[in-house]
Design a protein around this ligand. Structure first.
Ligand code: PLP
Ligand code: ZN
Length: 399
């Protein structure tokens, strides 16, 4: 699998020859999925003793890599279940995909796993957090050098977490947005897995393969996910197109995207009815992992929405934080505010009449909240008591 194609103009390239199409849009792998069928049984590698748990390598016949490196071998295969605890009476059935259980706590491991397994030598990334952590960890496990470039405002606590995996870690002064282009324009001897790298999109499409396989023979009415660069949304769209071409899904679920109101270039373009996404000047938001004012795959994500009759919704800071609390208190799930925008988005779309109670909506919870702790400004309601008072206080709780 060595051919890249532009979704927009159809131009093809050899893998490695170009990082974007001449028309300006990002490329993805040309995948011949027509003969793909759902694997009959568990497909974990020979000698793997994991108990009943499958991974993204289940779909290796439609991936541009087949021999996973060590940590990459366990990426994907995340839990998926109906969460009645957070459904609204007038809302759709909500099914949650828990990407936070990935090795480094976010869906980024899917793209990294396919990328590092395909590439030789040092790998790198330009990231604020989750991708940096993922690349650093996977490189450590594969005994490769990792070059991580983070923005000047990345907090020390995050850097310390990334540094645990011993990468070459640089906090970069100057215009961070330009770094993405710098790493693609120069031959640095390092393969950069940036947000819309075709290898990453190929790995990230597997989340939609898993959702659709879990739903068969039905198809969810919609897939809802938070969006930043548009890489994951591109992967989901690619997967749905492939599964449709293979005759494994009868219809394409609607792709619905959620952004934080304070930085929502894709939602703004959607509301304008535009077919291209323009950069905005975003403001800081608690949804740090999706704070991208100039998304490299934004226009492709918007195309995914319009081709599937989906929607893009912006979520206020208050609604996002309330939803983060709700997921923890009602569903027992600690997530980043960046993920909570997705279920908050379902509520907003339901209020707007986009979803009916008979709809099945699959929501991708992209990353764990346990890495970064609760959202800033929250003081946990802890009561201090003396040991002698414990029996009385605790027995009163249940009476
Ligand atoms: C990276 C990230 C996103 C956004 O994904 P894109 O592919 O950049 O659109 C969403 N949620 C979390 C937790 C992330 O780390
Ligand atoms: Zn093109």
């Amino acid at each position: 699998m060595d051919r890249l194609v532009c979704y927009e103009c159809g131009e093809t390239y050899t893998f490695g020859a170009a990082s974007r199409c001449a028309c300006g849009e990002p490329l993805w792998f040309a995948t011949d999925a027509a003969s793909f069928s759902w694997p009959d049984e568990q497909t974990t590698a020979a000698g793997d003793r994991s108990l009943g748990r499958d991974t993204l390598w289940r779909y290796r016949s439609v991936l541009p890599a087949t021999a996973p490196t060590e940590l990459a071998a366990v990426a994907g295969g995340t839990p998926f279940f109906r969460a009645r605890s957070i459904e609204a009476a007038d809302g759709p059935r909500i099914h949650l995909k828990i990407e936070g259980v990935s090795p480094t706590g976010s869906f980024k491991d899917r793209g990294t796993a396919v990328g590092i397994s395909r590439l030789d030598g040092p790998i790198g990334t330009v990231s604020h957090g989750n991708m940096a952590l993922s690349v650093a960890a996977h490189a450590a496990a594969a005994d490769r050098d990792a070059v991580i470039l983070v923005a000047e405002d990345t907090p020390d606590s995050r850097l310390a977490m990334i540094a645990q995996h011993d990468p070459h870690l640089f906090r970069v002064r100057g215009e961070y947005g330009r770094l993405y282009d710098d790493t693609l324009e120069h031959d640095l001897g390092v393969s950069f897995l940036n947000s819309d790298s075709p290898l990453r999109v190929a790995g990230q499409k597997t989340v939609a393969y898993e959702i659709c396989e879990a739903f068969r023979p039905d198809v969810p009415d919609a897939v809802v996910l938070p969006v930043s660069s548009g890489g994951q949304a591109s992967g989901v769209w690619k997967a749905l197109r492939e599964l449709h071409a293979a005759g494994l899904i009868a219809t394409l679920p609607r792709i619905c995207l959620a952004q934080a109101e304070r930085c929502d270039p894709i939602a703004q373009a959607f509301r304008r009815g535009a077919s291209r996404v323009d950069a905005v000047s975003g403001e800081p938001t608690a949804a740090v992992s999706i704070n991208n004012a100039d998304p490299p795959s934004g226009t492709r994500a918007l195309a995914a929405v319009s081709e599937t009759d989906g929607a893009v919704v912006s979520v206020s800071e208050d609604a996002m934080l309330a939803e983060t609390d709700r997921l923890a208190a009602d569903a027992g799930l600690s997530v980043e505010p960046s993920c909570a925008v997705a279920t908050a988005g379902v509520r907003k779309l339901t209020a707007a009449g986009e979803f009916a109670p008979t709809d099945d909506v699959a929501v991708i919870l992209t990353g764990s909240g346990y890495k970064y702790g609760p959202p800033p400004g929250e003081t946990p309601p802890i009561r201090e008591i003396d040991r002698a008072d414990v029996p009385e206080v605790v027995s009163r709780l249940s009476s």
